[in-house]
Design a binder for this molecule. Structure first.
Ligand code: PHE
Length: 459
């Protein structure tokens, strides 16, 4: 074969890369503001239920489908089922990768822009002034498109270098840096006076804030944050060898992802509460509220800078996994070279993202289908609330009813290493198989289905 498929150099490299994909803007930009708007701890609770009961089994399945077929989502479904329907489900993943990256790279661009601003030093007195600055900057299309371009070039550079020299190496250096920066920010947040109010916001639930909408948001976010439902984890799994264990890797990735979201919540809410600000600032939370608050602390110049470096790293290591899905599709299915695939998909996604970048200026009054959503809002909404859960729904149906749970478990056992419990393999225990089967065949598809019905106003 002219294009031998690359593989990760070790299981640890895979875990770092998969964690790099999972830990992204979803954890640091999105989780804190959705939790902030939806009752803090109460949201966290529902979100964790979704992670454990729906996210984890689907994460296992996605990685497994990739490892078993050594293919991108379209090729994986084609190889296992042979039916055109499932190939379309794989193609849905490629579509989702376009949609997500088109708004993701705008926020990635903002993160880089704010790193540059932090280097110059923030001089805002209040979040209101910072908000005006944010709006002013965004009103200039050249500014938004320019930073979107810069962000995109970084992503392309990494993807062009390949699986080992690009994806693997980037996460090997960037993920430890991300963790170290976040740890510094958490410690400094906890040392502020009034930090306890931020912590209790995140850990003392206000149940009155919970309603059906909370479930919708929590489920959508669980998919988004674990990079599920569009084949990113499948594609990363396809670079694993059969020797590598999947179950432990999935637990570790889901744990790291949740832990880092909580750390980001602590780092952000301690600062917000100790300054007496409102946690419900929405998507602008990290761009409006944090720059003035962070930079006014002792040593604030560095904390503000560190925060935006953190955000940029998180965005880059996730964005590469989003684009890799489409690149793997072209290299596997159409036998493109990596370079040709990256440049083709890169150019397509880059241009698809332009309307999102213009949603804050030239196209700000242009809303879609009477929804009041701009291109940017629509891409974000479609990804988290429609495409990813839909992908997850089909994955659960595929694993539970087409591929069958026994076959899934048989495959999971291949390469299984330390998932033992008092010396017995967890996977071989009857109760594991029964619970796994129940979650995959009933809980996941039914809850996703109910959430859809609710979302479209049918219940
Ligand atoms: N998990 C990433 C985040 O939390 C986003 C993402 C979604 C990445 C889907 C890949 C696939 O930011």
């Amino acid at each position: 074969m002219s294009n031998p498929r690359e593989q990760w150099s070790s299981k640890a490299s895979f875990i770092l890369a998969a964690a790099g994909s999972a830990v992204g803007l979803g954890n640091i930009w999105k989780f804190p503001y959705i939790a902030g708007e939806n009752g803090g701890a109460a949201f966290l609770f529902i979100y964790m239920i979704c992670i454990v009961m729906i996210g984890l089994p689907i994460l296992n399945i996605e990685i497994l489908l990739g490892r078993a077929t050594q293919k991108n989502p379209v090729g994986a479904f084609k190889a296992l089922s042979g039916k055109p329907f499932w190939t379309y489900v794989g193609a849905l993943g490629v579509l989702a990768s376009f949609t997500i990256l088109s708004f993701y790279s705008v926020v990635g661009g903002w993160s880089i822009a704010y790193t540059v601003e932090a280097l110059k030093g923030f001089t805002f007195e209040t979040p209101q002034v910072a908000g005006e600055f944010f709006d002013l900057k965004n009103s200039n299309p050249m500014w938004v498109v320019g930073y979107h371009t810069l962000f995109f070039l970084m992503v392309l550079g990494i993807i062009l270098s390949g699986v080992r020299a690009g994806l693997e190496k980037a996460s090997k250096y960037l993920m430890p840096a991300l963790f170290a920066i976040l740890a510094i920010l958490v410690v400094q947040g906890l040392m502020l006076s009034g930090a306890d109010r931020g912590v209790s916001f995140l850990f003392d639930p206000d149940w009155s804030k919970i309603n059906a909408q909370t479930f919708l948001l929590a489920l959508g976010h669980a998919f988004f944050t674990l990079s599920l439902g569009m084949g990113a984890m499948m594609t990363y799994g396809s670079y694993l060898s059969e020797k590598d264990d999947i179950v432990n890797a999935s637990y570790l990735v889901a744990f790291l992802d949740t832990f880092i979201a909580i750390m980001a919540g602590v780092a952000i809410f301690t600062v917000v509460f100790s300054s007496g600000y409102d946690p419900t600032a929405g998507p602008g939370l990290v761009f409006h509220v944090l720059p003035p608050l962070l930079s006014q602390l002792a040593g604030g110049y560095f904390f503000a800078l560190l925060f935006f470096v953190l955000l940029s790293i998180a965005a880059v290591t996730s964005a590469i996994s989003i684009l890799e899905v489409s690149v793997a599709y072209l290299t596997d299915e159409l036998k493109y070279s990596r370079k040709k695939a990256t440049l083709t998909m890169g150019a397509l996604v880059y241009f698809a993202a332009i309307p999102c970048a213009l949603s804050f200026n030239v196209l700000s009054d242009f809303t879609l289908f009477g929804t009041g959503f701009t291109f940017f809002d629509m891409a974000d909404y479609l990804a988290s609330n429609v495409l990813l859960p839909l992908g997850g729904f089909f994955l659960a149906i595929f694993a539970g009813y087409v591929w069958k749970v026994d076959e899934v478990v048989r495959n999971l056992l291949i390469g299984e290493s330390q998932s033992t419990y008092f010396g017995n393999s967890i996977l071989k225990s009857k109760s594991f198989v029964a619970i796994f089967s129940f979650l995959v065949r009933y809980i996941s598809p039914i809850s996703i289905f109910l959430v859809f019905l609710y979302q479209f106003g049918w219940i």
